[in-house]
Every structure is written in C-alpha cells, then in structure tokens.
Write a protein that binds this ligand. Structure first.
Ligand code: GLP
Length: 260
C-alpha cells in the first residue's frame, strides 16, 4: 500500500493523473466511481482536462460503488444523479456507459447479482476511486461486513446516516436506512484502488486502514491485502499515522516518472 500525504489539490491532481494515464493507454478502460465529497476535486480536475486538454472518456465505461434503496428516480441525492452531476455529464461518456446498482428494483437481490455480472462482463474495474467513512467503511460496507462480500443490500449505521444527513437538509429522518453496495471482495477485484481522505474526522479511519489489524470492524483494512492500493491523504487525515515520516520520505524520493 502506498500512502501519499499532500495538500488536497495535489492529491486530486495525482488521482486525476492516474486516471488520465490509464485512459490514454487504454481508451476502453473501466473506471470505478465513488460518491461523497472526497473525490469531488478529482472530478473537477478530470472535467477540466476533458474540456481544456481533450481527455476523452468516449470509449471508457464506469461502475458506481453503491446506491441508496428507494430514493425516487429524480431525487438529487440518489447516487446515480449525484454521479451524473459531479462527473458523467461533465465529460463524454457514451450513453449507458456509466452504471450503478438499481436501488429501485423490485427484486433487490437479483439487481445485486445482475450488477456483479455486468462488472464481470465488462472485464472488471481497472481503477477504483474510493472515499472512506469515519467508521472505516468503503462504499457502504459498514463495520461487520464480510471481507468476502459481493454486491448486496446493507443497513446503514446510525453514524453513516448522521454523517450523510448533511446532504438531506440536515434531517437524519430523510436519510434512507438501506443501500445496495459493491462488496469488499468486489472492490478488491479492481486492479488499482485509489482512496482519498481529507480532514481530521478521517484520521482514525485512515490510521486503521493503513496500520490497523485487518478486521471486519474497520472494513477498509482489507485494502492492506490489495497488490496495488494507493491512499491519498492530507495532513489532517494523516495526523494519526504512526509511519507518517516514512510515507513522506518515500514519496519525496520517488522518481518523477513513476506514477501511482
Ligand atoms: C458515503 C459513500 C462512500 C464515501 C463515504 C465518505 O457513505 N457511500 O462511498 O466514501 O460516504 O464520504 P465523504 O467523502 O463525503 O466523506
């Protein structure tokens, strides 16, 4: 696992560089898109590179991590709509190239199985962008999630619903209780994981992710088992890292030509 500590703008540029490098080398790449505030600067940078530098996603495809169950199709916080607003509509994905789990399906388990099939049929995800919850969840794999889980229905914790109430007029009662989420094993199947975290509120989760024991209690710790995982954090999110000095030194001495 590579941990990079840098200001948020630089983290976004590094993540965008990794996406750009992939898409230029493999135009039909499969991206994994995350919601939440953590990747927003990355999406801004990708949209800028699309508009100003001709970076194209015209042959690429993308899969979302998760979706709330039951939010109406036109609800602004439905993750399908959030991804549309934050990135899909700002670049040139072909119609239908961005997919997400169907939180409005009558048969939710069947929708989860179909989603796993769709990812597999696309050849798997090349680069997965991730954020992390304050309780260490990735996608919506809450503490206690099976480390071998695949896309399925999950119940959100009180903590996550409190954290996400800010997107629902600060009213926790408006935050759904259930979601569909890629499982930890689904996420681990992606070929490169790029996680972003900023702010002191993420410091403990980031410490556990990089340096804690691998455990369902801190689901993101499964990333320690991934052969190509990159963790991009600002100073505040890095404030509890035991090996921060080593991570800084390693990145500072990394050859410029070497990507993430
Ligand atoms: C939600 C999403 C996660 C995201 C997390 C952190 O729960 N399902 O994918 O990583 O929030 O969000 P933020 O980046 O806004 O802190």
């Amino acid at each position: 696992m590579e941990v990079v500590i840098a200001p948020a703008e630089e983290l976004a540029r590094l993540a965008a560089d990794a996406v750009e490098q992939l898409v230029r080398a493999k135009p039909d790449a499969v991206l994994g898109l995350a919601t939440g505030s953590s990747p927003l600067k990355v999406y801004d940078e990708l949209a800028r590179r699309h508009t100003e530098e001709g970076l194209s996603f015209g042959r690429a495809r993308a899969f979302m991590l998760d979706e709330y169950v039951g939010l109406p199709a036109d609800h602004p916080e439905r993750y399908r709509n959030v991804i549309e607003t934050e990135i899909a509509s700002r670049v040139d994905f072909a119609p239908g190239a961005v997919q997400g789990p169907d939180g409005l399906a009558d048969d939710l388990p069947a929708a989860c199985a179909a989603y796993e099939d769709a990812i597999a049929q696309a050849g798997g995800v090349d680069l997965q962008i991730l954020g992390i919850g304050t309780d260490g969840h990735i996608a919506f794999n809450e503490p206690g999630s099976s480390l071998a889980s695949r896309t399925r229905i999950k119940t959100l914790t009180q903590q996550t619903r409190e954290d996400n109430a800010r997107f629902f007029d600060d009213d926790i009662d408006k935050v759904p209780h259930h979601c569909l989420t890629q499982g930890l094993a689904t996420i681990m199947s992606a070929r490169h994981l790029v996680l972003l975290a900023t702010g002191r509120g993420k410091a403990e989760a980031v410490h556990q992710l990089a340096e804690g024991a691998v455990s369902a209690l801190w689901p993101a710790t499964i990333m320690q088992m991934h052969p190509h995982a990159t963790v991009l954090v600002d100073d505040a999110a890095a404030s509890r890292l035991q090996l921060a000095g080593y991570y800084r030194q390693t990145f500072a001495s990394k050859p410029g030509w070497q990507g993430l």
